[in-house]
Structures are given as C-alpha cells and as structure tokens.
Design a protein around this ligand. Structure first.
Ligand SMILES: Cc1cc2nc3c(=O)[nH]c(=O)nc-3n(C[C@H](O)[C@H](O)[C@H](O)COP(=O)(O)O)c2cc1C
Length: 179
C-alpha cells in the first residue's frame, strides 16, 4: 500500500543534502540563514547551487555582493540552525541572536561562522529564477574543514551532519531528532 502525498509536500520525499548555514553580506549588513535546498552542479569548474526564496533578506544581500559562504553545522548546533531558519535578518542580527561568531574568509568579504565544521566560499557566476526561489550558482573559490572530522575526501563518523526530513524532524548519523 502506498499513500497519496500532497504535491505541496512532495519535496520532503527527496532526502536533501546536509543542512547548511549560508552567510551573506553587503555594505554594512551581514546575515546568516538556514538552507536545505543545495546541490553540487559541476566538477570543472567546481560549482554549487543553492535555492533561496526571492523574499529572503539573504537573496537581497547575495544579489548586492555576488558572494556567499556555505557553513556546515554539526548536530550540536541544531538550536542555532532552527533560530537562523525562523527569523529574518531584516529584523534581527542572527549572528548575535544565535550566538554565532563571524570570522573572516580567505577570498570573500562575507564572514564565515567559526562554530561550523566546514566552509565553502563562493562567487556567484549565475542565477536562475525557479518559481518563488532564486537558484544561485556559486563557483567555489576556497573550501576547508575540521581536520579531525574530514579525512581525505570524506566526513568521518563523528562529523554529525544534520539532515532535514521536513517540519520539525531532522536526522544525523542515523539518529532521528524530532524537535
Ligand atoms: C531546516 C530548514 C531548512 C530551510 N531551507 C531553506 C531553503 O533551502 N531555502 C530557503 O529559501 N529557505 C529555507 N529555509 C527558511 C529560511 O532559513 C528562513 O526563512 C530564514 O528566516 C530566511 O532568512 P533571511 O530572511 O534572513 O534570509 C529553511 C529553514 C529551515 C529551518
């Protein structure tokens, strides 16, 4: 037996990649948002894509600076991940609200998040309107990760990446988190 899944919820059937914290900055504003809709899209050059709602403050900042960073949170940051996915940077300074530490990147002006276990710096090379989202394609210009958690080309078992299953449910390393 298979049950009908409402079309509006069909995307929850797809297991998205790990949940990310995207940082953006333009002029005197900086911001962080939670994002699950992400994917690598090219090997040469190395390109990654993120789908960000047209209405988000993040979209405005990325369009202004043409840069963003991807920060990979471990499961211990779940409460901060939820906070950064709940409020808009138009109203609150989420770095301060979520107690996240902005640190300088190597090749971008956008700050990274110190508490995260991996980072990817991107320059926007393309953007596409996909319904009510903007799909930003970023060229990777720097990437680094905790040396004890990223071994050779793979995350180690102790790197508890977060995946969003929909609504209030997440999993990490096979454990389900219902929050
Ligand atoms: C687990 C989780 C995943 C999310 N994934 C996305 C996403 O892929 N794209 C998106 O536009 N918003 C996503 N959101 C919602 C944004 O994080 C949220 O609306 C945020 O407040 C936008 O912030 P901003 O206005 O400061 O940019 C997600 C939220 C959560 C909690």
């Amino acid at each position: 037996m298979k049950k009908e899944v409402p079309i509006s919820k069909a995307y929850h059937l797809i297991n998205t990649g790990c949940v990310l914290l995207i940082t953006s900055a333009h002029e005197d504003k900086k911001n962080v948002m939670t994002l699950a809709w992400q994917t690598p899209v090219s090997v040469k050059p190395v390109l990654v894509g993120i789908a960000v709602s047209k209405s988000h403050f993040t979209t405005q900042l990325i369009k202004g600076s043409r840069e963003f960073t991807i920060n990979i949170p471990g499961a211990e940051l779940l409460e901060k991940v939820k906070k950064c996915g709940m409020f808009s940077g138009r109203e609150v300074d989420k770095f301060r609200e979520a107690n996240l530490t902005p640190v300088s990147g190597k090749n971008v002006k956008v700050p990274l998040i110190d508490e995260c276990i991996g980072h990817i710096e991107c320059k926007v090379v393309n953007e596409h309107i996909t319904g009510d989202h903007v799909f930003f394609v970023g060229e990777v210009i720097a990437a680094y990760a905790r040396e004890d958690l990223f071994i050779s080309t793979s995350w180690a078992e102790d790197a508890s990446l977060l995946h969003h299953l929909g609504g209030k449910t997440y999993y990490t390393n096979g454990k389900i988190y219902t929050t």
